[in-house]
Design a protein around this ligand. Structure first.
Ligand code: SF4
Length: 454
């Protein structure tokens, strides 16, 4: 399936050559953290099917644990999270999560080993350090942890000194901080105020705690953001020594996320300005020594994510670009998604229903999608295109996608080599998601539920 790795080995800043074709970026496209995407999920996955998928897992697997709470809710946020302001709500959620861990533990066959354990949300540090340690102990007690790589997403605004010992105790080596921007006026505009000192203290604490791979989430396309704002934020992130940077375009979809109504839409940069910011971000980070990873991640050369890029083993899962090679990812917690080779299934999103199902000792099965043979073939092509910029494509798939590929082939944003290898050249990186979407049969006419391509 895989052919060559020119992109991976030829890491240079080509962002200055990115041509701007607004017509080709106009259609919203999925981020393809899975294929089929969550938009195709339907409520027809039974608990028996969900249980059967867990009980036939083999070998090394990964776990994702979702904590859907935050101390303060940011206006731009698209995550399934709520304010952590009611102790009773947190306690009963954690009780249910403990039950789910126990239930999944009874289903997982002997011989499986959890090699990666990711805590995300929300903000896992919205719960108390004591509750976090208890949660970890529950995982140790009921699941086959095989010295997993432990990662945790964190809100730096609420990362008190008591967390330092916790990360050491659970052996966390990877952490991700929601930074978004260092510009105070932009922090005000998006409802997330965090002084520079907050980030300084969080970084120092995490390094002392043994975090060796530290990610900063950053954003462009914010209301009132200038190129200078972006440059200053990128430079500071590099100076802080972030091992990884995820640079996302802000997606303004208040019809889907009512909390975004507080953001001044009239101050949002237009499509051309967003494109220029994406280009600037790419160029600046590559020039600062980062390896470009996929279409929106960057990593220092010593980081495992950069090494996976160079080795051609980069993959994509619900957490974005990853070096994780496991074929099974089990999501725990309300709304968490599990991925099996032939099934994608989401846990019940509604926290009340999630708790109720677990109180009856039922798996909290929500909507999902069986992955047909055709889905898996198409998913492999989409993953190759997004992770490596090229994919060997079977003739029938290429034929079926040709009409949608033509607008990209004609201006040289894609090319076909040897009749069957579709290549996205480096200068066409901003179009990668749109080109990959040509293989997505569910996406003939994209509704406005996805983000813009850049
Ligand atoms: S801290 Fe993160 S998850 Fe929580 S509301 Fe803000 S952006 Fe969303």
């Amino acid at each position: 399936m895989i052919e060559g790795n020119e992109r991976a080995c030829d890491i240079r800043d080509t962002s200055g050559m990115w041509p701007y074709h607004p017509d080709l970026l106009a259609t919203p496209v999925p981020r393809y953290t899975s294929f089929p995407t969550a938009a195709e999920f339907a409520p027809d996955v039974s608990q028996e099917r969900h249980a059967a998928a867990i009980s036939t897992a083999t070998g090394d697997i990964s776990l994702y644990v979702h904590i859907p709470f935050c101390e303060k809710i940011c206006w731009y946020c698209g995550c399934n999270t709520a304010a952590a302001n009611r102790t009773q709500r947190l306690t009963s959620y954690l009780d249910s999560l403990h039950r789910e861990i126990e239930l999944v533990g009874t289903l997982l066959p002997a011989g499986t080993r959890v090699r990666r354990l990711a805590f995300g949300g929300g903000s896992p540090n919205a719960i108390s350090p004591v509750d976090f340690v208890r949660l970890f102990q529950q995982l140790v007690l009921h699941l086959p942890l095989g010295q997993p790589l432990v990662s945790v997403e964190l809100d730096p605004r609420t990362l008190g000194p008591e967390w330092e010992g916790v990360f050491g105790a659970v052996g966390a080596t990877h952490a991700s901080l929601g930074v978004q921007t260092f510009a105070p006026h932009l922090q005000e505009a998006i409802g997330r105020v965090q002084p520079l000192q907050t980030i300084e203290e969080a970084v120092a604490l995490l390094r002392r705690a043994g975090i060796t791979s530290l990610n900063f989430d950053l954003m462009y396309g914010l209301p009132g953001q200038t190129m200078q704002d972006l440059d200053e934020t990128l430079d500071l992130a590099a100076r802080f020594g972030a091992d990884r940077i995820a640079l996302f375009g802000y997606a303004h979809v208040p019809h889907l996320l009512p909390r975004q109504r507080r953001i001044d839409a009239s101050a949002l940069p237009d499509g051309e300005a967003r494109f220029a910011m994406a280009r600037e971000g790419h160029g600046r980070l590559v020039n600062a020594g980062y390896t470009a990873v996929g279409f929106d991640h960057f990593a220092l050369p010593g980081d495992p994510l950069a090494q996976a890029t160079v080795a051609g083993t980069l993959r994509r899962n619900f957490q974005g670009f990853t070096e994780d090679q496991a074929d099974v990812l089990i999501g725990l917690g309300a709304s968490a998604i599990s991925s099996f080779p032939d099934l994608l299934v989401q846990n019940e999103k509604n926290a009340g229903r999630y708790r109720m199902m677990l109180s009856q000792q039922l798996l909290p099965t929500g909507p999902g999608k069986e992955r047909s043979v055709d889905d898996r073939r198409r998913g492999a092509v989409i993953q190759e295109l997004l992770c490596r910029g090229r994919a060997r494509v079977a003739a029938d798939l290429l034929d079926s996608a040709m009409e949608r590929l033509r607008p990209y082939l004609e201006p040289g944003l894609a090319r076909i080599e040897s009749g069957c290898i579709l290549v996205i050249p480096d200068h066409a990186l901003p179009y990668a998601r749109s080109i990959a979407a040509a293989f997505d049969p569910y996406r003939q006419h994209s509704p406005r539920r996805f983000s813009s391509a850049i």
